[in-house]
Design a protein around this ligand. Structure first.
Ligand code: PMP
Length: 523
């Protein structure tokens, strides 16, 4: 038991293991079904993370599983490449039944970042223009094109230089957008309509106006639906919340049915044909595994389940119920500032409470670490209530929930009760801080003294020097970024390295890190 963590320490990513051990997320799950993960003792954990929205249909859905078994039993010819397989045709047909009529051409790939890479290429090919505009705070994936347009610096640190011609603007800043578009050289405006980081979206008509500007200046409007698509926000696609008509959408995550990676670009035929414009360009953009039978089977089965079980409607209904019940807790807890979301993509935001004692506790905690508070919520949610959640972004007091779209009132009530009890415990600060602080301090001290790790610089290669403008060299603080990536996948990090004060409490566990530079695993 636990050998998985040993193996990972040895052969995969030991930094990730350290983070999980520090915050007590190093569980060993042995089975999964629907909205639940189970450990070897049979304890059920409510999965309100859904593999970052891979499990819209729930885990190990029997229909999707059976479809895979059936496909395997058929011994189909797979990836012949010089043919046109039936299953990819069927999935393209099924997918375009769920999109507006103008989005009728499909390209299949294997992941979200790959779908966005392709969308950027399609936009350049279709317009003949070089530049791309995206939004600050957005996340589009971690391969070079997608990373270049991602609006979170922390993921970029150490990896520059990036794609030239990329500009980022603030959500809501129409003036900045128009200024860029007016130059007439912007191929696409790429948007994550409900940003994963912090679950942010505009309250006004920014998107509609931005789309109108794109039309006026001949720029394509791309909606990254990798996380928001396939019912997550209570509609099939997030763009439907604003009655938008994107020229390209990108899809992935739940299209896999939770089994075989599957991504897609869905666009206008005219745009598509600008890419595959001549016979000698028929595979100018392609991916070996892109249309493989098992991925296509999963996609078909996942779309069927979403439709058949009315999961999009359920996401809307359960999202409303969850938000209503969680919002009611704001009356009880002055530090619960906002509950916002769309469908089952929900943020719970905290803020400094007005009461004097609580205010002091809040400030102390934020002096220790700007991002500590939300971790004091997600850690006991897992350790005491067996509910898996995540922090919504770097250095923000927000947690995010992404339950499977299959949940019912039972799961809603279990989560609300667990959240309520967790917040009640948080109010008794500094109680819950102790457990986490003990682990953090141990990690900190080991890192500083025990393992003899000192900040290390990347080798000063010529390429490194060239990239330095865009990329600070990585230091040992990289562990910090990995931990943040774990805790909130679509995050942002201002690279907090706060000086920790000596912190002691009543002879209990003590958080003492005099003169320590916090490379905090739980930052
Ligand atoms: N875009 C968005 C909006 C995402 O949320 C993600 C994944 N979190 C991606 C792109 C990248 O997808 P993948 O991890 O499959 O490459």
């Amino acid at each position: 038991m636990g050998e998985n963590y040993e193996l990972h320490s040895r052969h995969l990513n030991p930094t990730l293991v350290r983070v999980q051990r520090t915050i007590g997320f190093d569980r060993v799950y042995t089975r999964a079904e629907g909205a639940y993960l189970y450990d070897a003792e049979g304890h059920a954990y409510l999965d309100f993370l859904s593999g970052y929205s891979v499990y819209n249909c729930g885990r190990n859905h029997p229909v999707i599983k059976q479809a895979l078994v059936d496909a395997l039993d058929l011994d189909l010819p797979n990836m012949v490449q010089m043919d046109c397989s039936l299953l990819s045709g069927l999935l393209a047909e099924a997918l375009t039944k769920k999109t507006p009529p103008h989005l009728d051409a499909v390209f299949f790939c294997n992941s979200g970042t790959e779908a966005n890479e392709g969308a950027l290429k399609f936009a350049r090919a279709a317009t003949g223009r070089p530049r791309i505009v995206s939004l600050h705070g957005s996340y589009h994936g971690l391969s070079y094109g997608s990373l270049s347009v991602t609006g979170n610096d922390n993921f970029q640190e150490g990896f520059g230089p990036f794609l030239p011609g990329v500009e980022k603007i603030k959500m809501g800043d129409l003036r900045a957008l128009e200024k860029l578009l007016r130059a007439g050289d912007v191929a696409a405006f790429l948007v994550e309509l409900v940003q994963g980081k912090g679950v942010k979206f505009p309250a006004d008509d920014f998107y509609q106006k931005a789309q109108a500007l794109c039309r006026r200046y001949g720029t394509l409007f791309i909606s990254d639906e990798v996380q928001t698509g396939l019912g997550r926000t209570g509609k099939w696609w997030a763009f439907q919340h604003w009655d938008l008509e994107p020229d390209i959408i990108t899809v992935a995550k739940s299209l896999s049915g939770g089994y075989v990676p599957c991504g897609a670009i869905v666009t206008r035929r005219a745009i598509y044909q600008k890419v595959f414009s001549r016979l000698d360009r028929c595979v100018v953009h392609s991916s070996t595994f892109g249309r493989n039978n098992l991925a296509m089977t999963c996609g078909l089965a996942a779309l069927h389940v979403l439709e058949n079980e009315k999961l999009v409607q359920n996401a809307h209904a359960m999202g409303e119920l969850l938000m209503e019940k969680l919002d009611a807790l704001r009356r009880k807890y002055s530090f619960l500032k906002a509950v916002r979301g769309k469908g089952l993509m929900i943020a719970l935001e905290f803020a400094e409470p007005p009461e004097l004692r609580a205010k002091l506790a809040w400030r102390l905690m934020h002096r220790i670490d700007k991002a500590l508070f939300p971790q004091l919520v997600i850690v006991p949610l897992l350790s005491k209530h067996r509910v898996l959640t995540q922090v919504a972004g770097h250095n923000m007091d927000v947690i995010k929930i992404l339950p499977p779209l299959t949940i019912g009132e039972k799961e809603v009530n279990r989560f609300v009760r667990a959240f309520d009890e967790t917040l009640a415990a948080c109010r008794k600060f500094p109680g819950p801080i102790i457990e986490l602080a003990r682990n953090t301090a141990r990690e900190l001290i080991q890192r500083k003294f025990g393992r003899g790790q000192t900040p290390r610089r990347q080798p000063a290669t010529a390429a490194g020097r060239r990239g330095r403008k865009n990329s600070k060299p990585l230091t040992d603080n990289s562990a910090n970024n990995h931990s943040q990536a774990l805790l909130h996948h679509n995050g942002n990090d201002s690279h907090c390295q706060s000086q920790l004060p000596a912190y002691e409490r009543n002879g209990h566990s003590q958080f003492i890190a005099k003169n320590g530079r916090h490379s905090g695993v739980v930052n």
